[in-house]
Design a protein around this ligand. Structure first.
Ligand SMILES: NC(=O)c1ccc[n+]([C@@H]2O[C@H](COP(=O)([O-])OP(=O)(O)OC[C@H]3O[C@@H](n4cnc5c(N)ncnc54)[C@H](O)[C@@H]3O)[C@@H](O)[C@H]2O)c1
Length: 441
């Protein structure tokens, strides 16, 4: 099939590449000429394990290409996926300008039937607006051309995006059109050979499903984070509690880790957008107000612990920070707890020596040559003469550390662990002052 991906970001590029991998012809359109130039020259603008090889393979096979030419992209695909960003507007609602731009462009350049698929995370009712925008644009051209709009929210996780796309738990399709269902069933057949994974529903339910999934996951995290603070005060261990409740099949183990808050490009903005929609429709999701408030506080939890240990005057102090990306296996730093932490430490006069296996170029892009930020080429280099180490992202490489070497490099053996990587008893034995989340130090 001939597919156009509108937006070649995390979702667009992964979707396009995986669709090419199973034999489709895919053209990825982006308005960012640098991104397209990078892709055209064989580079990858984002870090995503396995993606680079897959892009190269499909480009070489002639099934995957990139363009900034809107007319050519619209004419190319029988299916047009909209995978542009939907960042939060000032009031927290999803900003739909990029989605509606994409719709307008489709209306402006289409000459035959198109199935338009919203893959971006968009508020309920957006497919109707996309349909109306295309219809208006076609009318202004004096054309009557058949098209369908369907919703197909994306559930991939950055860092495991290829696997999530190639072996999805479910593929949600929102449409009332039999033609759209047939086309999407055909498109997704290679991804569900072992059992049917398509969940077909009406468009509005599909749009809400995506927000409901992210809101539920964010709720689990904030619940565990608040419970962790209580566990600390009660002399309990949140890790034990996690195992104790996760073993209940009604609860399960996923997304029950206490930590220093969730970030990323999805949870924060999707929780905000759903709260906003709920208020607008007079059915407030009070539970999500609490989820967000708890998360904002949790992003500062390491700073609060550090203030209790070192005071609020940190002039002349230097702290090591491991992990800048909002989670492992990505270089994405949107809404990352590391940013809140570094900015708070700088405001109190401290300097930061940070290390991340892949997000340091992104850190430079965000902060430039910040006078209070040193980026270390190796995790151990960040520790030299630091007053303490803060662990912010649970990269695998941090899990098995050389404690003796760490102790020798730090000015004093203090660790604030925002991801509970180590066993508190071991850390005590090793002579560290160890501050985990929800466990006894
Ligand atoms: N990143 C994730 O893990 C993830 C997972 C599931 C769903 N989503 C959702 O998918 C959508 C895209 O997210 P992302 O992380 O890929 O965003 P992104 O910012 O990485 O990519 C969006 C791309 O769209 C391009 N763009 C903007 N307007 C355009 C237009 N009119 N025509 C062509 N290109 C245009 C931008 O230049 C950018 O490259 C969002 O709605 C997001 O919520 C993201």
């Amino acid at each position: 099939m001939k597919i156009t991906l509108i937006g070649a970001g995390y979702v667009g590029l992964v979707t396009g590449t995986c669709l090419a991998e199973v034999g489709n012809n895919v053209l990825c359109l982006d308005v960012d000429p640098h991104k397209i130039a990078t892709l055209k020259s064989g580079g990858i603008p984002i870090y995503e394990p396995g993606l680079e090889d897959m892009v190269r393979r499909n480009v070489a096979a002639g099934r995957l290409d990139f363009t900034t030419d809107i007319a050519a992209a619209v004419q190319f695909g029988d299916i047009q996926f909209i995978a542009v960003g939907t960042p939060p507007d000032e009031d927290g609602s999803a900003d739909l300008q990029y989605v509606l731009d994409a719709a307008r462009n489709i209306g402006r350049h289409m000459n035959g039937f198109k199935l338009v698929v919203d893959k971006s995370t968009v508020p309920v009712g957006t497919a109707d607006r996309v349909r109306a925008t295309i219809a208006e644009t076609l009318a202004s051209r004096g054309l009557e051309v058949d098209f369908c709009v369907a919703s197909n929210p994306e559930f991939l996780k950055e860092g495991a995006a290829i696997n999530d796309f190639m072996s999805p738990d479910r593929i949600v399709i929102g449409t009332d059109s039999e033609r759209a269902t047939q086309l999407l069933r055909r498109l997704y057949a290679p991804f569900q050979r072992n059992h049917e994974r398509l969940v077909v529903m009406d468009v509005r339910s599909a749009e809400l499903t995506k927000y409901a999934a992210n809101a539920m996951l964010a709720t689990r995290i904030s619940f565990m984070n608040e419970l962790a603070l209580l566990a600390e005060k009660l002399g309990a261990d949140i890790e034990r509690v996690r195992q104790g409740i996760g073993s209940d099949p009604r609860i399960g183990y996923h997304f029950l880790y206490a930590g220093c808050g969730y970030g990323g490009s999805c949870f924060p903005k999707d929780v905000q957008a759903l709260r906003r929609t709920a208020r607008e429709y007079g059915a407030p999701l009070r539970i999500l107000d609490a989820v967000e408030t708890a998360n904002e506080a949790q992003k500062r939890i390491l700073v609060e612990k550090l203030k209790s240990r070192f005071g609020a005057q940190l002039d002349g102090r230097r702290f090591a920070l491991w992990g800048l990306a909002f989670k492992p296996n990505t270089d994405d730093m949107r809404e990352a707890p590391s940013r809140v932490i570094m900015e708070a430490l700088w405001a109190m006069g401290a300097t930061v020596a940070a290390y991340d296996p892949v997000a340091m170029p992104e850190t430079r892009r965000l902060y430039g040559e910040h006078p209070s930020l040193m980026l270390a080429p190796h995790p151990m280099d960040a520790l030299r003469d630091a007053d303490a180490l803060l662990i912010v992202t649970e990269w695998k490489a941090f899990r098995s550390a050389d404690f003796a070497a760490m102790k020798a490099l730090l000015r004093q053996p203090v660790i604030f662990d925002g991801r509970n990587l180590y066993d508190p008893a071991t850390m005590r034995r090793e002579g560290f002052e160890y501050f985990p989340i929800g466990r006894q130090a």
